[in-house]
Ligand binder design. Structure first.
Ligand code: NAD
Ligand code: USQ
Length: 391
């Protein structure tokens, strides 16, 4: 099977490309390196040093003997997208290539507009190019559990059966996302569902929870194969941040009461879920949704887990820079990937110790000034002058 991984220079795209290649898929890898530019813009960097795209690809060839076919370009450039599909002829496209930080999208108007144009237009270009060039290809699209928000009912996998005034239908589950980034995912979902219905494309929308972890079997084989690991207040995600904070003895930055509950998963499960989705495509014209997470935690539970292993750690409850429900009901279905054979790596002391070990190795690269949250949802309009300027 030929799989094209878009956003293959990123935290999840790179390990996914290696995982699929290791399992015998013919893999193409695409990116425009805009993520590396956002590091420059924000004055931050991946904690773990990462090799350049072409160096990584050469390193994988050295280590595994396998080839990754590179494509360098922007999904917002339609001719690039169409030519890439015509040249690679994928059976599946795995689409990670978006601006994925909620805080980045909330810096100011400029960053909100950029995020939505980058994400929504990129995906729309991809849909048109697929319909034109490879209409039988399966789109595996990374969505987000955050598309649903935190409703006071169970969250279903994409669709809910509703009876209204005596009539019954199965409809998309309501979406109440919490940032302009998460909204871009909702807009993508609608566009993809429409393209499947209208043009007969097939797609799996993976509503993924928050990913943690620093390594997969393949990225650990050689330092040149390492994937990025973000801990800063804009791109760092919560558990990865807590691990870095604990190692450098910074208080754990819990926003608000810590009662917010989220679905989480290990990066090793991300790559396996993508493999399962690719191996089990939907029917022509089908748009399906899988909720891709393995466990639910409150933020306080995560902070306490880290503190248990590093007892000197302080926990600081900061005024929440985001607008989100502090305490809420949360129960989301996530059976589809298990039914396909996912055996989860549940969060364990072993995993946390492994992440601490990675952080210890690179602790001299931690920029303490980048740790505290820098973006306030309520004050976005005031940040226009002080906000980082997009390159
Ligand atoms: P990342 O920022 O590390 O990687 C994204 C990659 O996409 C980057 O290398 C970037 O350069 C590339 N890219 C962005 N816009 C592009 C464009 N227009 N053209 C070409 N390349 C472009 O992000 P990640 O953490 O690997 O996340 C990947 C995907 O998974 C995202 O869509 C994100 O929304 C989703 N996701 C991530 C998490 C998480 O916890 N990291 C959780 C749920 C969903
Ligand atoms: N939080 C803290 N302290 C921190 C950082 C975050 O308390 O230092 C809180 C936030 O307020 C939020 C929760 O932790 O309640 C999660 O924040 P996050 O930054 O770890 O994750 P989020 O913004 O939701 O975004 C990440 C990825 C995004 C993906 C999403 C999946 O960056 O690409 O879509 O996780 S989900 O959360 O399911 O929507």
């Amino acid at each position: 099977m030929r799989v094209l991984v878009l956003g293959a220079d990123g935290y999840l795209g790179w390990p996914t490309a290696l995982h699929l290649s290791a399992r015998g898929f013919d893999v193409g890898v695409a990116d425009n390196f805009v993520r590396r530019q956002w590091d420059q813009e924000l004055g931050v960097d991946s904690l773990v040093p990462i090799a350049g795209f072409h160096d990584r690809i050469r390193a994988w060839k050295d280590v595994s003997g396998k080839t990754l076919e590179p494509f360098v370009g922007d999904l917002n450039n339609y001719p690039f997208v169409a030519q890439m599909l015509a040249s690679f002829r994928p059976d599946a496209v795995v689409h990670f290539a978006e601006q994925r930080s909620a805080p980045y999208s909330m810096i100011d108007r400029d960053h909100a507009v950029f995020t939505q144009v980058n994400n929504v237009v990129g995906t729309l270009n991809l849909l048109y190019a697929m319909a034109d060039v490879v209409p039988a290809c399966h789109l595996v699209k990374l969505g987000s559990m955050g598309e649903y928000g935190t409703p006071n009912i169970d969250i279903e996998e994409g669709f809910i059966e509703i009876t209204h005034k005596g009539r019954r239908d199965v409809l998309p589950f309501p979406k109440q996302p919490g940032s302009f980034y998460h909204l871009s995912k909702v807009h993508d979902s609608h566009n993809i569902m429409f393209a499947c219905r209208t043009w007969g494309l097939k797609s799996t929308d993976l509503n993924q929870g928050i990913v943690y972890g620093a390594e997969t079997d393949e990225t650990a084989l050689d330092p040149r194969l390492a994937t990025r690991f973000d801990y800063d207040g804009v791109f760092g995600t919560v558990l990865n941040r807590f691990c870095v904070q604990a190692v450098v003895k910074h208080p754990l930055t819990v926003y608000g009461t810590g009662g917010q509950t989220r679905g989480m998963l290990d990066v090793r499960d991300t790559v396996r879920c993508i493999e399962l989705a690719c191996q089990n495509p939907p029917a022509d014209g089908e748009y399906r949704v899988f909720n891709q997470f393995t466990e639910e935690f409150t933020l306080t539970q995560l902070a306490e887990l880290v503190k248990e292993l590093r007892p000197a750690t302080q926990i600081e409850y900061l005024e929440n820079p985001r607008v989100e429900a502090p305490e809420h009901y949360y129960h989301a279905q996530h059976t589809h990937l298990m039914d396909l054979g996912l055996v989860p790596h549940l969060l364990s002391d072993t995993l946390l110790h492994q992440v601490f070990g990675v952080v210890e190795r690179h602790r001299d690269r931690v920029n303490l000034a980048a740790i505290r949250p820098a973006v306030n949802w309520r004050q976005a309009h005031q940040l226009v002058e002080s906000a980082p300027q997009r390159a």
